[in-house]
Design a protein around this ligand. Structure first.
Ligand code: NAP
Length: 261
């Protein structure tokens, strides 16, 4: 029980990795503020957390809205008095549209949810962490924020921005005993990816061949990495971006990465 008496805010915790992270931390003793834009999904995760025996507080908010983020954090502070951990996870996919066909409004929406959302939540929660002189923030970036991917003209820059925001906050807030790190998942089997496969915009067979470990990741594998960065074991880790990607970002050769003879 590494996280007894800790309070964690997980954004986008109604589904996929956010839900997995929220339940993982609760099983290790944390109370969880469950954010999602979808209240039904957020409520369901909060119920699961209450069933584990920890307190789950469901707070519906669009993390790209400054007013909604401020209300979410205010409500959380009223209930718990503090927020020890922030996991900036909520996000949407992009449409894999050639850049010259990309609509500026859609591009902006992707940037707003990922980068502005991460900034707003960090800013509002950071105020309380600075006051308490304690906090740990983990931002969910992506391998797409590390290497260029054709047609991911909004998602890639947003995720790259999250890596730099992580480093910026890490060095700005280190003297307040706040650690800020990011995790960059490879392709993880969540509803987001399942939908992409169904729609034919993601080819899982090609991804598997391009992944040195020859498989998609599991949400729990991301939760483990997040939990490590939140734990005392990572007390001197600050401003790092940890790829959890089955070797995806290390592969620099030609052709398939898996089953190379
Ligand atoms: P997911 O299953 O779709 O879960 C994301 C959750 O965030 C959904 O419930 C979604 O609601 C919610 N959300 C979307 N916009 C929001 C907003 N403005 N405010 C609050 N909540 C919002 O996706 P996932 O695969 O777990 O992805 C989680 C994070 O990991 C994302 O940041 C994603 O970019 C990143 N990531 C995923 C992968 C992967 O392979 N799965 C790889 C690298 C990085 P709706 O369903 O209503 O949109």
């Amino acid at each position: 029980m590494r996280f007894n008496n800790k309070v964690a805010l997980v954004t986008g915790a109604g589904s996929g990795m956010g839900k997995s992270i929220a339940l993982f931390l609760a099983k290790e003793g944390a109370d969880i503020i469950v954010n999602d834009i979808n209240s039904e999904l957020a409520n369901a995760t909060a119920d699961d957390i209450n069933n584990i025996g920890q307190q789950g507080l469901s707070v519906t908010a669009d993390i790209s809205s400054e007013d909604e983020v401020q209300s979410m954090v205010e409500k959380s502070i009223v209930v718990f008095g503090r927020i020890d951990f922030l996991i900036n996870n909520a996000g949407i996919s992009d449409q894999f549209v050639p850049t010259i066909e990309q609509k500026a409004d859609y591009w902006q929406r992707v940037i707003d949810i990922h980068l502005r959302g991460c900034f707003l939540c960090s800013k509002e929660v950071g105020k309380h962490m600075i006051e308490k002189r304690y906090g740990k923030i983990v931002n969910i970036s992506s391998v797409v924020g590390i290497g260029g991917s054709p047609m991911r003209n909004a998602y890639g820059p947003a995720k790259a921005g999250i890596i730099m925001l992580t480093k910026t906050l890490a060095v700005e807030w280190a003297s307040y005993n706040i650690n800020v790190n990011s995790v960059s998942p490879g392709y993880i089997l969540t509803p987001l990816i399942e939908k992409g496969i169904e729609l034919g915009i993601i080819d899982d067979k090609v991804i598997i061949r391009r992944t040195p470990m020859g498989r998609l990741g599991r949400p729990e594998e991301i939760s483990e990495a997040v939990a490590f960065l939140l734990s005392d074991a990572a007390s001197y880790v600050n401003g790092c971006n940890l790829p959890v990607d089955g070797g995806w970002t290390s592969f620099g050769s030609y052709g398939d990465a898996f089953n190379i003879p």
